[in-house]
Design a protein around this ligand. Structure first.
Ligand code: NAD
Length: 482
């Protein structure tokens, strides 16, 4: 099987915040990889735009080590040829510096313009206004907006309003890099490309679904931001909510942006409000050579959560009575993200009580190793009667697909989708607002009650109460792999 590279039209990608952490670690390496794969047509350019007073040559010197560190670049012709397609403008998102230069740079080039807002959210409005004011936007232009998209419903609405004043919704790409992951899209392929699963994909056959996004890292250098956000805003409202949508949505009529997003929106709108006793908030403490959360964010009285686990329900025919358990946190025992669909037990066991209880589980592993596993029940080999065991049918992409398993990373795919004009894997305005409408009352409830997160030891599975959330229902979280 040879990898297929679908060409895109020539483009200019302007990265506002081109000297920032995200640009260095993700955006620039992603584009370099697509360049090496032959997907960045000849005249295309990457234009870095940030406050640092760099010349284009300075910027290339800045980009070179980033590509070596994060883009697997080696010294040689590809690297130098790619760097030659890079320009830089010193720009002030809040002032007039650099805008005329950017305009001159873009002028007279008849190609797709994409503007990536890789700056703090406080600058989104300024950028949108200046792009419009300097007439840099034509009907084929696109903007890519990084998270966080607002911090509640009100701010998300205000931001949508500003962006929609200057751009059509079809030009706005709200990025959630989880949706660019190969396995996340495979989730749709598995569900809607096979006859096997969809007939069973409902409350009659599925006991519960659990989604875990566990990280070992703490808040790192993002303490000030994170202390104002917390796991609910930073992860649950966007990444976990999107995963929930894909696992629970109805089959869209076509695999097209609005058909898919319409179905995702219905899932978010079907979410019932969450009972306070169905939510566990936690905060990591110091240990094993690391600081605690409060030291990390430099706030000894912080009430912000670095961990959250909750149980929720969807009020619709397909899912009424199937609970969804969602959990995410920092400083947990492993970097492990997975969705597990736990099917119900067979209605009657013909093998007697000694055979034990067995059920099927479908696990979609998102990281570290993407793949899908289906646990099936078989007879334990050997003599001694009919003893049953569960064994995995393991579809590790690396093994099944060989070199083709080395699919483009999430940012590579999503940036190419922006250039192609495909919004399927990006969030629409109403989706983001609906997610905030569900999240807001939960956060407001904590604030009103002065809720304090439960401490948990770093590098564990989070607070014990998160285990109890499941055990009360006679269920268990799948282990977090260290
Ligand atoms: P950063 O602080 O490392 O970089 C900010 C960039 O913005 C710099 O290039 C800086 O020069 C530029 N900038 C700041 N003020 C400016 C101004 N007035 N005019 C022009 N440019 C200005 O931030 P980051 O970590 O790269 O994050 C960028 C965005 O991406 C943020 O919205 C962040 O929430 C989001 N994000 C970051 C990550 C990550 O891993 N770093 C992950 C997801 C989302």
């Amino acid at each position: 099987m040879a990898s297929r590279v679908i060409p895109v039209e020539a483009f200019d990608l302007v990265v506002f915040g081109g000297t920032g952490d995200l640009a260095r670690r993700k955006i620039l390496p992603a584009l370099f990889k697509r360049y090496c794969a032959g997907q960045m047509p000849g005249p295309s350019r990457l234009i870095g735009a940030a406050r640092s007073e760099f010349t284009s040559d300075d910027y290339r010197d800045f980009v070179r080590p980033a590509l070596k560190e994060f883009g697997e670049a080696e010294e040689g012709t590809s690297l130098e040829a790619f760097l030659n397609q890079i320009e830089y403008v010193t720009i002030d998102a809040r002032g007039s510096t650099g805008w005329q230069e950017l305009s001159t740079l873009l002028e007279g080039h008849d190609r797709i313009r994409a503007f990536y807002f890789s700056v703090g959210p406080g600058l989104f409005k300024d950028l949108a206004e200046r792009l419009h004011g300097y007439r840099l936007v034509d009907p084929a232009s696109r903007i890519v907006v990084e998270k966080p998209f607002g911090r509640d419903l009100e701010t998300a609405r205000a931001l949508n309003k500003v962006l929609c004043r200057h751009f059509a919704e079809g030009q706005i790409y709200r990025i959630d890099h989880y949706l660019g992951k190969e396995t996340v899209q495979n989730l749709m392929a598995v569900r809607f490309g096979n006859m096997l699963f969809e007939p069973l994909w409902n409350a009659q056959y599925i006991d519960h679904i659990q989604i875990t996004v566990a990280e070992t890292v703490g808040v790192g250098g993002r303490g000030a931001y994170y202390n104002k956000a917390g796991a609910m805003r930073d992860m649950m409202q966007n990444h976990l909510m999107q995963l929930l949508c894909l696992i629970a949505m109805e089959p869209p009529a076509q695999f097209e942006p609005d058909s898919v997003r319409d179905e995702k929106l219905k899932v978010i709108r079907a979410l019932s409000s969450v009972e306070p006793h169905h939510i566990v908030r936690g905060q990591y403490t110091q240990g094993d050579g690391v600081q605690g959360f409060r030291e990390d964010v430099d706030d000894p009285r912080s009430k912000t959560e670095s961990f959250i686990a909750l149980k929720c329900h969807l009020s619709n025919w397909r899912w009424a009575s199937t609970p969804f358990y969602l959990r995410t946190g920092k400083r947990l025992k492993g970097r492990d993200s997975q969705i597990t669909v736990v099917f119900k037990d067979a209605p009657h066991s013909i093998f007697g009580p000694d055979a034990g209880r067995h059920n099927n589980e479908l696990t979609i592993q998102l990281q570290p190793n993407e793949g899908i596993t289906l646990d099936v029940t078989i007879k334990e080999p050997g003599q001694g009667g009919m003893r049953l065991i569960d064994v995995p049918l393991d579809m590790s992409f690396a093994e099944a697909l060989g070199p083709d398993a080395d699919a483009p990373g999430a940012y590579e795919r999503l940036i190419m989708d922006v250039i192609r004009g495909n919004q399927t894997l990006f969030m629409r305005d109403d989706e983001v607002e609906a997610a905030w409408a569900w999240t807001d009352p939960i956060i407001k409830g904590w604030e009103a009650r002065g809720d304090v997160p439960k401490p948990y030891d770093s590098f564990t599975s989070g607070p014990d109460t998160a285990q109890q959330l499941m055990r009360r229902d006679g269920r268990e979280w799948r282990g977090i792999d260290p």
